[in-house]
Ligand binder design. Structure first.
Ligand code: OXD
Ligand code: MN
Length: 583
């Protein structure tokens, strides 16, 4: 498929190491993918779903010990520990290559190695980047064919260039003790072994599009961010684009596919991406974004016609479901889907299940992998080679008391500080204590491929280089009352907040200056039709100085780990905030 010498030499080396019986290039054709589906059905790697109700849909069950990303086994192996920074696991690259070489030795014996050329970003876009993943998993091939653009066209785009990311994956024995997800950013290399779970093995996603790409972006003057991208169209037909970063479990996919409430029928949200944004400075001096992916790898539980009808519509065909419940009709179910649970089924572990079983039918992190083009609200510009121009950047988190519904940073530098101090409180959905504050700057803690102090510096530098930077905002949909109940309805009604944000970008909405930033004036957010009184609105927009000063202490604690490497601008912003709050 290629005469690219660098590619062929690397492939030879990896074949010599992993010793597969056979090597198969993925050409991207439907015929080849169909053959692979058949093979996976024969071995039980895939289960065919009801093809009348869910055409082109399949179910996969992962090993019980292999159902989520493994942050404690994820490494950034830069030449020095300092380059990886205090928030990443690090090992000396030579030592790590040695260790993994032993594990990969013969790991594909008796198996086929699939060579997947994949493209991140639209075909023909100057901002797109090529990767090649070598894997012994058909499940990976079929998922990659949804999540990225794969096949011959990608090798054509690469030509003789050496500029591609080298991904090596072997599921080997799915042994959790020897599971490693390792990045060598200086070598454009990712090695992943002993896992079959999406986030660990679809090397295009978190590994390339965030960890390796963030490192490339720092070197090359652009940004790879854990952000959804949406277009907001007003009743006059004008569309403004927003990029937004939230930690896991804050409803990113839902926001990206939002459906406006009754009272705001004239508005429409267009999805450009739901997880990752690559951002560059355009010739016009604005920041432009592409979605490097071609599919959604979304969490199934909680997805319903109330929370996200567009996602539900997207996954009715050509979708791979992982670890959901199988119903007797050959359809799928998960906790939080509409209507009554099925009377019986096969749970994610493969055991007979009834609602009385006392266990979950679907794993809480069960997933759907679906083509983005099937989304009813996919933006007509989602594959635009130039991307879309970003008017606003939003940071968000789950905070019961601290953060108001929305506020605007004073300027870019302050906005970087707002992103760097992002935090979210843990929910009952995950193991461990509830309500614990986790600091997660820009929602990138698990995904930054280098020292986060340098990452903050890169954000600050970008700000100085963008002639027309987007405005930066912070939102919090999760404010609670004294009984712990959410006081903002969320979901489609979040559009009311997005509208204020866009009006601010257009210089149309009023704001009040507070110690933390600009807040909406009391009646600036349209609450027509909502069961929200003046008092609730006040509560939603309250800035409690005492609570904020406590948060400042926690921020200081968090920043300590970066030592002298923390940019002076961040320290200045922290001091200035403390002073404003103490006045
Ligand atoms: C994801 C994540 O899967 O952020 O997108 O964990
Ligand atoms: Mn994500």
């Amino acid at each position: 498929m290629t005469s690219n010498k660098v590619v062929l030499q690397w492939l030879d080396e990896m074949v010599a190491l992993t010793k597969p019986d056979k090597v198969v290039w993925i050409d991207g054709s439907e015929e080849q993918l169909n053959e692979l589906r058949k093979e996976a059905l024969a071995t039980g790697e895939l289960i065919e779903l009801n093809q009348d109700k869910l055409p082109g849909c399949y179910l996969h069950r992962a090993a019980e010990n292999d159902v989520a990303r493994v942050e404690d086994r994820t490494f950034i192996c830069t030449p020095t520990r300092e380059e990886a920074g205090p928030t990443n696991n690090w090992m000396d690259p030579t030592e790590m290559y040695d260790k993994l070489t032993k594990l990969f030795d013969g790991s594909m014996k008796g198996r086929t190695m699939y060579v997947i050329p994949f493209l991140m970003g639209p075909l023909g876009s100057p901002f797109s980047k090529v990767g090649i993943e070598l894997t012994d998993s058909i499940y990976v091939v079929l998922n990659m064919a949804i999540m990225t653009r794969v096949g011959k066209a990608v090798m054509d785009q690469l030509g003789d260039s050496e500029d591609f990311v080298k991904g090596l994956h072997s599921k080997k024995d799915i042994d959790p003790e020897n599971r490693y997800i390792v990045h060598f950013p200086q070598d454009n290399t990712i090695w992943s072994i002993n896992s079959g779970y999406g986030g660990n093995v679809l090397l295009s996603k978190k590994c390339f599009a965030l960890r390796i790409a963030s490192y490339q972006g720092k070197k090359e003057g652009w940004m790879a961010e854990h952000m959804l991208i949406l277009g907001l169209e007003n009743p006059q037909g004008e569309v403004k684009y927003i990029a937004a970063a939230f930690p896991s479990a804050c409803g990113k996919t839902n926001l990206a596919m939002l459906i406006p409430p009754e009272e705001l029928k004239g508005y429409k949200v267009w999805t450009v991406g739901d997880d990752i944004a690559w951002l560059r400075i355009g010739e016009d001096g604005r920041l432009w974004a592409i979605n490097p992916e071609a599919g959604f790898f979304g969490v199934a539980p909680g997805t319903s016609s109330k929370t996200n009808p567009n996602a539900l519509a997207t996954i009715q065909k050509n979708t791979i479901f992982t670890n959901v419940l199988l119903t007797p009709e050959g359809t799928v179910w998960w906790e939080g889907l509409d209507g009554e649970p099925p009377r019986e089924g096969i749970d994610w572990r493969g055991n007979p299940w009834t609602p009385e079983s006392g266990v979950k039918g679907a794993h809480p992190n069960s997933r759907f992998t679906a083509p983005a083009r099937q989304c009813p609200c996919i933006s007509p510009h989602w594959e635009d080679p130039q991307g879309v121009p970003i008017s606003a950047i939003i940071f968000g988190g789950r905070r019961a008391k601290t953060a108001p519904l929305v506020y605007e940073a004073f300027n870019w530098q302050h906005g970087v500080f707002v992103g760097a101090t992002m935090a979210s409180e843990t929910t009952a959905a995950a193991a461990g204590a509830v309500g614990v504050v986790r600091r997660d700057p820009m929602a990138m803690i698990p995904f930054c491929g280098y020292n986060m102090a340098d990452y903050f510096r890169h954000w600050l530098e970008m700000g100085r280089k963008i002639p027309n930077p987007p405005k930066i905002f912070h939102v919090n949909w999760f404010r609670t009352d004294e009984n712990g109940k959410f006081i903002w309805p969320g979901f489609g009604d979040n559009l009311r907040v997005l509208n204020w944000i866009i009006e601010r970008c257009e210089g149309k909405a009023d704001a009040v200056e507070t110690p933390i930033g600009y807040l909406p004036v009391p009646d600036a957010i349209n609450i027509e039709g909502l069961d929200i009184g003046e008092d609730t609105m006040k509560e939603l927009l309250k800035v409690d100085k005492k609570v904020w000063l406590e948060d400042v202490s926690a921020q200081k604690e968090f920043f300590k780990q970066f030592g002298d490497r923390l940019p002076q601008e961040i320290i200045d912003e922290l001091k200035a905030l403390e002073k404003r709050l103490s006045e």
